[in-house]
Design a protein around this ligand. Structure first.
Ligand code: DC
Length: 229
């Protein structure tokens, strides 16, 4: 059977399993996975390392021109983020970057540059892209749109465990306050705030496992891939 290529847009709140779900679903479907949060994190890292004044639009615009972001699949078939040729996968996940990323991703010029790049990356379709504005702004005509949410405490425990797996012990209160702060920032910013697209399917991940999330997404994706339009 000939399956058509589609764009799968996964949006939702911080730490509710978007990336893990998107990554596994992409691998099962043979699709490319694009982590747009990683792109905003890479910009944030660059701005921090180069002491870019976020309130100076000229400096921001100039710096954006110096930034080259790409993804490469490593030997374990895991996609990793590169900033100007350097692997920054680990550095962009630090709490230091997490604390600044919402502020950076609220800047209009930053969003314009990233959205352009994301559209280029998804032009050929056959992609699973996760973020906050994929179904609303980046690919409003994506064939499958999902919106993920989960209870705060469950998200915080999951994120804390994820950090622990990377040998980083972060206090649960700090994880909670970072998630709350990012939710607030992401949903209230003027530029492309986080919101569910009218045609996005809601998935609440509070009581379901990662495997169940992935199965659900793959099942829905295959159904879309089999339809002719
Ligand atoms: O998915 P994440 O937690 O790695 O994303 C990091 C931040 O980037 C998040 O707090 C909001 C921002 N972001 C965004 O504004 N738009 C996207 N499409 C993806 C992420």
């Amino acid at each position: 059977m000939n399956l058509r290529k589609i764009v799968i847009a996964i949006d939702g709140y911080s730490a509710c399993g978007k990336s893990s779900t998107a990554k596994s679903a992409a691998s099962i479907l043979g699709y490319r996975y694009i982590d747009t949060g990683a792109m905003y994190r890479a910009v944030t890292l660059y701005f921090m390392e180069h002491h870019v004044a976020l309130t100076n639009p000229k400096e921001v615009a100039r710096s954006l021109q110096q930034i080259n972001i790409s993804f490469k699949v490593n030997s374990r078939n895991v996609s990793e983020t590169y900033l100007n040729g350097l692997n920054v996968e680990k550095a962009i996940r630090s709490m230091r970057v997490s604390e600044r990323v919402s502020e950076v991703s609220a800047i209009k010029d930053v969003r314009t540059a990233m959205v352009d790049l994301q559209r280029k990356m998804g032009k050929e379709k056959a992609v699973v892209m996760d973020g906050r504005d994929i179904g609303t702004v980046v690919f409003p005509s994506a064939e499958l749109k999902l919106f993920m949410r989960a209870d705060l405490l469950v998200r915080a425990f999951r994120r804390q465990r994820e950090l622990l797996e990377k040998d980083r012990l972060v206090d649960l209160d700090d994880v909670i306050s970072n998630i709350v702060q990012r939710d607030e920032y992401d949903t209230t910013r003027t530029e492309s705030p986080l919101r569910r697209a009218n045609d996005a399917i809601l998935i609440d991940t509070t009581y379901i496992t990662l495997e169940e999330q992935v199965d659900e997404v793959v099942r829905m994706a295959l159904a879309r891939m089999m339809t002719s339009n």
